[in-house]
Design a binder for this molecule. Sequence first.
Ligand code: ATP
Ligand code: ATP
Ligand code: MG
Ligand code: MG
Ligand code: MG
Ligand code: MG
Length: 269
Amino acid sequence: MANSKYEYVKAFERENYLLPETYIVIRVDGKGFHKFSQHYNFAKPNDLQALQVMNAAALEIMKRYSDVQLAYGDSDEYSFLLRRKCDLYERREMKLCTLFASLMATFYTLFWNKAHPERPIELEQVPTFDARAVSYPSFEIVRDYFSWRQVDCHINNLYNTTFWGLVKKGMTPQEAEQRLSGTVSSDKNEILFKDCGVNYNNEPEIYKKGTILVREFDEYKSEATPVTAVSSRQRQKQDKLRRKARIEKVHVDIINNNPWWDARPWLRE
Ligand code: ATP
Ligand code: ATP
Ligand code: MG
Ligand code: MG
Ligand code: MG
Ligand code: MG
């Protein structure tokens, strides 16, 4: 582009480059989905189709960006783990966040309309997402991050399942809220069992654990060599392997599950 006397305005722009050699996690979260879910009459406490729309949108992002090794989602949020050596958009925070948020909103709309041809997205209630990116310096912290999200999923789901269980048994929302105020997990399990006839253990895994999308390699070769020592041809080859790797969807415990993480050393790289 030709230079102009106006171009100096570009000097006011600021860019945050996420620290090199750190794991990047980008979390998107639906804006006002409490209201969104009411508008589109989600089943409560869990609308399975809506979760599947989230999963389909996240999978599409993962297919496009081979730097994403793992994604975890529940409710209206998804977290994407980008590999430590990722150089996507030179690790520019604004590029990454705006890109992920807009992809999520667009894919959500497309997959929603595909799943609900009778109830397409309406102009007055469109799905939008915010996004944040955080860089984590160690894999232990990355694991704690995903544990944090899965614990959050569990706590919310236990509460919501009990709350809606009581409402379905005839309580008003206010009464159900009162009944649950001050209760701990074991109380909720008992209320569910005794008052609602529901054994929480038998609830679907996707509700209790959320969804994990993970890249899987049949024959994995470590990339442990420093990035500078790897030729660009080697890098292209490794990228091709990542692109070709299949992406699996599971609903398992990732908190106290060292074997699961240890079996996937590429997540650590
Ligand atoms: P980047 O992702 O870096 O922004 P880009 O391909 O979007 O890459 P831009 O500099 O943003 O590059 O330029 C947008 C390009 O999109 C234009 O160069 C033009 O080719 C095309 N384009 C956008 N809008 C129109 C339009 N209304 N009619 C024809 N071409 C268009
Ligand atoms: P914010 O804009 O601050 O994120 P929010 O209304 O989206 O506000 P969240 O804390 O993100 O608040 O919670 C998302 C809400 O969306 C849940 O509390 C729940 O009511 C609803 N929701 C999302 N997904 C589902 C689903 N699959 N089934 C039922 N309800 C859902
Ligand atoms: Mg929020
Ligand atoms: Mg939200
Ligand atoms: Mg949320
Ligand atoms: Mg452009």
